[in-house]
Design a protein around this ligand. Sequence first.
Ligand code: NAP
Length: 337
Amino acid sequence: MVAAESWLDRAAALALHGPAHGPNPRVGCVIVGADGAVLGEGWHRGAGTPHAEPAALADAARRGHDVAGATAYVSLEPCAHTGRTGPCTDALTAARIGAVRYGVADPNPQAAGGGEVLRGRGIDASLAPHAGCADVNRRWLGSVALGRPWVIAKWAQTLDGRTAAADGTSFWITGDEARDHAHHVRTQVDAILVGTGTVRTDDPLLTARPAGVPDPHQPLRAVMGLTDTPGARIWEDGTALRLATRDPREALDALAAREVRTVVVEGGGTVTTAFLRAGLVDEVHAYIAPALLGAGTRAVGDLGIGTMSDALRGQDVTATHLGADTLVTAFFTRGHQ
Ligand SMILES: NC(=O)c1ccc[n+]([C@@H]2O[C@H](COP(=O)([O-])OP(=O)(O)OC[C@H]3O[C@@H](n4cnc5c(N)ncnc54)[C@H](OP(=O)(O)O)[C@@H]3O)[C@@H](O)[C@H]2O)c1
């Protein structure tokens, strides 16, 4: 008999088929019969579509399996509320599922409590804490726990920490692979935010174009600052959001009101520094080019830190070679875990 751990590994893998962006978490579900046979599998494809449990039940029905008495392994606690779709607890109960194991308790107050509801109906439901299931939704879980969008600060820098040359030019610090990677990251988030300085200097489009092709998912683009930037390309299609504030918290509130769970702050240094000073950066993506400038704009300005023991230190660091460049990522908030 395969342990719950392995079935939850499977549920986490199924969850990854869902979109990383959007207001909902990624969830996977596998329904397993008493003999250990997989009866149905499903995952959530994004807000407004069936949750993973009904998707797995439908898959089992399609395959002609009766799931009465079977165990459902779900990466996240089944929801007990009616949102855009009905409660998963009802779907599992109606299908006469015998047991439910979930890898993470749902921290979202509107949807939580599904395990208790199921137990109240005589179903053997319990939390089986699973790191893989938590990892799938690290940003989403962090956002719910923090009560604000999860913030990724991203920049491209030279080896000596410059993000633009003395004349303001910053295009082409890094090469094609690094830029393409950054476009891929944009496809996984709900919003991109920059300051008015970057709009004025770089006139960026801020669309998601991995491999040069516009992605079907385009994050909301937001510009933060008090001055207007008329005529910039970002305003051309009328979809970008102007945030007339210098307060990072206010900017995040405005994004949260638009159901943003994850935002990439793409600079410039002034805005990135303001988020860091406010303790509002959860993850950093630094693309580092093997170039030296000596002068120019710094990636991060004064954080009011005067001694080494006060340095902000990241965790779960990764380093990825992208052509001649290196992407270093690090988490600065533990979030849910
Ligand atoms: N290499 C990279 O990854 C990268 C990325 C982006 C930009 N850049 C480069 O960075 C340079 C622009 O940097 P930047 O720092 O001037 O641009 P920025 O951070 O995009 O914008 C700065 C402006 O934003 C407004 N602002 C918003 N919040 C603020 C706050 N809390 N405090 C102060 N001002 C705030 C201010 O303008 P208002 O008067 O409108 O309020 C300020 O002048 C350009 O040379 C660009 O090419 C490089």
